[in-house]
Design a binder for this molecule. Structure first.
Ligand code: GDP
Ligand code: MG
Length: 596
């Protein structure tokens, strides 16, 4: 296909605004997939993605379209991940295409992820076609939403297309707009091969599949290629395109998007954003390449310690397909053997944890998520802290730095006060506050550590679900941070230790011990529960001793009731861990760390 007849684009949207449904309609109306093979959410492959309605890995499809002018075009759609945790992958896949469809739900309007994603598209110099979706719904208000797109995002929305991805209205206009309003790619057929590695994933039959966008030159089957970042050389054994199933082709030329396989064993051996060329060629690498870094760490431990090997196996398998997930073995005095794992964000953490529990059937204890702190030692050295349990003695530490984020929140007016209070409570510094219609957009500078645990849940609850939220990392800043330890029956429970701001330590310590007092069942003896910084106790509660056997109150009369009670205790026991002489239920680890 000549460059003039190729269009490469992505779809950007806030979650649930209809990105996947629109992709389905584009695929279906062009007969890319036969009607009998059509199923909903064609591009969302993993079950968990479907359930949560999010696309995690970028997916791609090549669509043949004969336009109203009678000419045949090739349209390549790259479906980008819609969540903030995967912002880096979004930015890479954006650079592989020239235009975007900006989908906004015409009953809702612009939301935080609409903004975050469209700014990525603007950064990548995209031509942008606004789409007002869901016009079949009575609550659709296209004029208001078009105005909002102009006011809040600052792009021309006069040519916005009114679409119902559900009924198919406006799909034809959308296809024509892709052909006539988005630019054709540029590239040189005769130049040395230069391709961008857009994405990669593991397939159990073919090994690692690498998605590439050819910038210049031509890639053929059987050739030897080199990844510029690490100099590794591979023999290409297969080239193809997605329709959306794989279809083998002989070669890929400038402007085209497709895949290659080259007997690569691990996703780790490929890097998103890398430049691919022929073995002996020297090309200038594509700008802006940086490997993605985990920002949130937590410990994963099997509830049943005999499942440790199963957990190792599950983590190994998941890591094969996810280069941004890191792990190393961890031993905890309290929890035994497990893994310290690093994630791109909280959603990423949740997805991996859910998959281990569901696909591998392992009950997990998850310790408090922690961000990566930088410890500056007295001797001038710097080290990263991934686990509060590893915090060195304060006598060798000069100061600590913590990561900060820029958070953007869109919220209806009536909840603004609660949102400001929440951000303020989390050590936020307000940077901006603007209005668009009856919605406020506030921008806060916040410590990531105050956001990782339950900020999003709190935000949802104080705004009854009407707020949308997005963030990006901005950098590190010094603050007065200390490690708080928790002692149960005078034994430190390492899995509950956490980094806190000094000014908030008493409050957090108090809340923690009060919660633990409720969460830990009574034993036959008195149990002191304490929070401490260094050797100094900052909060203390005492759990009084149990007076009688629990079954005593059943009076021995009702045997079934008595048995039920014992069964219930036994089931509860499965999720208990022994700390010295004390048993702590698994849920205590999560609940104790929530702040209200
Ligand atoms: P995504 O999260 O942006 O991929 O959104 P989806 O495509 O999964 O759509 C979210 C929900 O909105 C689904 O329940 C869709 O069926 C529904 N939806 C999408 N487009 C339309 C539309 O044009 N009209 C109506 N009524 N519902 C739609
Ligand atoms: Mg989707």
């Amino acid at each position: 296909t000549p460059l003039s007849h190729i269009r490469n684009f992505s779809i950007v949207a806030h979650i649930d605004h209809g990105k996947s449904t629109l992709a389905d309609r584009l695929i279906q109306s062009t007969h890319t997939v036969a009607d009998r093979d059509m199923k909903e959410q064609m591009l969302d492959a993993m079950d968990i993605e479907r359930e949560r309605g999010i696309t995690i890995k970028a997916n791609t499809v090549r669509i043949d379209y004969v336009a109203d002018n009678g000419e045949a075009y090739v349209l390549n759609l790259i479906d980008t991940p819609g969540h903030v945790d995967f912002a880096y992958e979004v930015s890479r896949s954006m650079r592989a295409v020239e235009g975007s469809l900006l989908v906004v739900d015409s009953t809702q309007g612009v939301e935080a992820q609409t903004l975050a994603n469209v700014y990525q598209a603007i950064d990548a110099d995209h031509e942008i076609v606004p789409i007002l979706n869901k016009i079949d719904l009575p609550a659709a208000d296209c004029d208001r939403v078009a105005e909002q797109i102009e006011d809040v995002i600052g792009i021309d929305a006069s040519g916005a297309i009114r679409v119902s991805a559900k009924t198919g209205v406006g799909i034809k206009e959308t296809l024509e707009a892709i052909v006539h309003r988005l630019p054709a790619p540029k590239g040189e057929e005769d130049a040395d091969l230069k391709a961008m590695l857009v994405d990669s994933w593991y397939d159990s039959y073919l090994g690692v599949i690498v998605l590439v966008r050819i910038i210049d030159g031509r890639l053929k089957k059987g050739e030897r290629i080199r990844f510029v970042s690490n100099g590794t050389i591979h023999h290409v054994d297969r080239i193809g395109v997605f329709r959306p199933q794989m279809q083998v082709v002989d070669s890929l030329g400038p402007g085209e998007i497709g895949f290659l396989t080259a007997s690569i064993k691990q996703v780790r051996d490929t890097r998103v954003g890398d430049t691919v060329t022929h073995e002996k060629k020297i090309v200038k690498p594509l700008p802006g390449f940086k490997p993605s870094q985990p920002v949130v760490f937590c410990g994963l431990f099997p509830v049943d310690s005999s499942q440790f090997e199963d957990l190792r196996d599950a983590i190994d398998k998941l890591a094969l397909n996810d280069a941004s997930f890191s792990f190393e073995m961890e031993t905890s005095a309290a929890l035994g053997f497990g893994f310290r794992c690093g994630f791109l964000g909280l959603l990423h953490l949740e997805v991996i944890r859910d998959r281990i529990e569901r696909e591998y059937d392992i009950d997990l204890i998850t310790t408090a998520p922690s961000v990566v702190y930088r410890i500056f030692m007295r001797d001038g050295a710097m080290q990263e802290l991934h686990n509060p349990a590893d915090m060195p003695d304060l006598s060798v530490v000069d100061h600590l730095e913590e990561p900060r984020i820029k958070a953007t929140i869109l919220v209806p007016d009536e909840y603004l006060g609660d949102v400001l209070k929440l951000c303020q409570d989390r050590r936020g510094v307000q940077q901006d506050l603007t209005y668009a219609g009856s919605r406020a957009m506030v921008v806060y500078d916040l410590p990531l550590n105050e956001v990782v645990f339950d900020f999003y849940d709190r935000l949802k609850s104080v705004t009854k679900g009407y707020a949308s939220f997005d963030y990006q990392m901005t950098g590190y800043q010094t603050d007065n941070l200390v490690k708080m330890s928790v002692l149960v029956n005078d034994e430190p429970v390492d899995a509950l230790s956490m980094m806190v701001h000094r000014d908030r330590a008493e409050m957090r310590g108090r809340a923690m011990v009060e919660k633990l007092k409720d969460l830990i069942p009574r034993h036959m003896f008195k149990i002191p529960i304490q929070a401490a910084i260094g050797g100094k106790v900052i909060a203390r509660e005492t759990l009084s001793a149990m007076r009688k056997d629990v079954t005593a109150k059943c009076y021995g009369g009702d045997a079934t009731r008595k048995r039920k009670l014992l069964d219930k205790q036994k089931a509860g026991k499965k999720k208990m861990r022994q700390f010295g002489k004390v048993e702590i239920p698994q849920e205590a680890f999560i609940s104790a760390l929530k702040m209200d």
